[in-house]
Write a protein that binds this ligand. Sequence first.
Ligand SMILES: [Zn+2]
Length: 469
Amino acid sequence: MIDLLIKNALVVTCHPDVLTGEIHSPGAIAVQEGRVLEIGPSAELETKYAAAEKVIDGTGRVAMPGFVITHTHMPYVLGHNQPVDVSQLRSFWDMLQKMGWEWLEDITTADGILAGTQYASLKMLKSGTTTVCDLVEAPNALPGPLDASVRAIAETGIRAQIGYEVTERIPGVPIAERLDPSYAERGFEENLRLIDSLHSSGGENGRIQGRLGVHTAYTNSPATLARARDIADQCQCGIQIHVAEIPRAFLCEKYGKSAPEVLEEAGLLGPDVVAAHCIDLTDSDIDILARHGVHVAHTPMTNSLGGNGVARVPDMMEKGINVSLGHDCFFTLDTAEYIRYGYLVHKAHRANPMLIPPFQALDLALGNAATALGLGEEIGSLHEGKRADILLIKPDAPSPVTPSTVVPYFTMTFRGCEVQTVVVDGEVVVEDGASTRVDESLVRKACVEQAAALWKRNGIEIRAESINL
Ligand SMILES: [Zn+2]
């Protein structure tokens, strides 16, 4: 007897990619011990697996692999809608130092990380994201912030790679004034502690993994960057890092080199690196990333927010760089919005409607993203032997969703609220739009309370008129 049979659905395998993947309509997916056992015509599988322990009728629904987000900071949800003085944010530098560090990261506590990560991972699951790569930044919560992340992720049931950002930045001290390698050392210790503990606990049967976090080339010395490479090699954990999210001129002024040049010289780059942003790159910078097999986490919305320009995604793809989708957790947690923005922004930027067709926009958050995280054999598409991370979606589209319209449906009208059922590792973690694992009202309440507590540290008092406290 198998564990789960999803029948009568429009099954979109996206394997090996969205363009060439098989579609079965009506199709079925058989799941056994957390993995896909078989995919095929519904009638055939229904007869073969008549004795499944659980059967989900997918009539009128799309079944597809869960989305994968390769770069974010889940505790950032505590800063959503914070009523800060935006007149102080005149440049990306202001945003980074005030909105990112002073008003958020430097005052984030372990309790805030727990509540924020519970909320963010729950919202992501409910809107179809089954895997996330999270980079935690909270220097005054050291040591231990990753324990809170692991606990939250374990509870909600999302698949995750997590790490703490290694940075020589001293909280409260401008980075141009002074950096301190001992702060980076504390970051390394936090990552190593996590990797050790996941090694001994098994990380929820491999669902939670460590990925060494490094902030940037400009907040770390070459020696720290080289040490990151050594640790990643020793632990076989890969690296996540921000690359070229700031104007190129800043690093050139400091080192006379671009971020990819600094990172290459330090020996950090490699095919186990996920580089977020990668905006202000020259042709030779792109060549460096391509040469080292670096994966890019494209974060179109935050790049726009900071006024940082548009990453050269079509050029990077042309050079063979694997580009995936990240979101930074500055806005909504609905991956549909990021897919749509990634689908549109390059067309607008280059005045070329042929760029990033629908199948390519979807691949950013499916196969490309799985490959970026070194999980290409496990997730990102539906295929026999892969992990059973599956979405069942009831389209709220104004027109028929059929095998020939289902891919453009995702770039045109799909929204995360159309996701009804979410399966991770063969377990139904969201059913009929609700978590099967956590009390959602308590998760939201804890997050709202932690957000209010964080805002209070910025002198922002929330009074009784709050409609959701
Ligand atoms: Zn980031």
